[in-house]
Design a protein around this ligand. Sequence first.
Ligand SMILES: CC(C)(COP(=O)(O)OP(=O)(O)OC[C@H]1O[C@@H](n2cnc3c(N)ncnc32)[C@H](O)[C@@H]1OP(=O)(O)O)[C@@H](O)C(=O)NCCC(=O)NCCS
Length: 136
Amino acid sequence: MNIILKTVSKQDHKFLYDLLKERNEKINISHKKMPTFKNHEKFVMSKPYKKWYIIMNEKEKVGSIYLSKFNEIGIFLKKNIRGQGIGQKSLEMIVEKNPEKRYLANINPQNHKSIKFFKNNNFKIIQYTYELIKNK
Ligand SMILES: CC(C)(COP(=O)(O)OP(=O)(O)OC[C@H]1O[C@@H](n2cnc3c(N)ncnc32)[C@H](O)[C@@H]1OP(=O)(O)O)[C@@H](O)C(=O)NCCC(=O)NCCS
């Protein structure tokens, strides 16, 4: 395993779009529906996060990790390479590259694997957030 975090560039739009397609509703808090490729590109180019990286293993793109303006960490790995410690390594690397006092992770309560992952990596639960959706 040789993990590198590479800043997202225009060449990564297609990879990030394909990665987004692997998401299901359990994982997803912010994206309920798949955007069009054009809208996806617009989103990536709008610099939505403070830092956004492609996770590379042995020169292969295997996932993506970001740090938001509020120091929230989001991570998503391709299915076939999960459970090998790549997530943990990437988490350590983003923290090392971006020293902050405090980091957050927003996780869907149904996403048990991810809850376990963040707990294993010393994150502590601080709140439950509820939402009310109104169809106008
Ligand atoms: C959550 C996620 C990032 C975790 O990444 P990961 O690389 O699979 O996690 P790790 O491999 O570091 O750890 C997961 C498990 O693999 C185990 N593991 C670690 N190194 C390993 C190795 N070399 N070989 C085998 N297993 C290993 C860990 O012990 C852990 O096992 P456990 O669940 O039984 O405790 C990844 O599963 C993912 O992308 N999920 C979908 C997106 C998502 O839910 N994101 C969270 C919202 S931000």
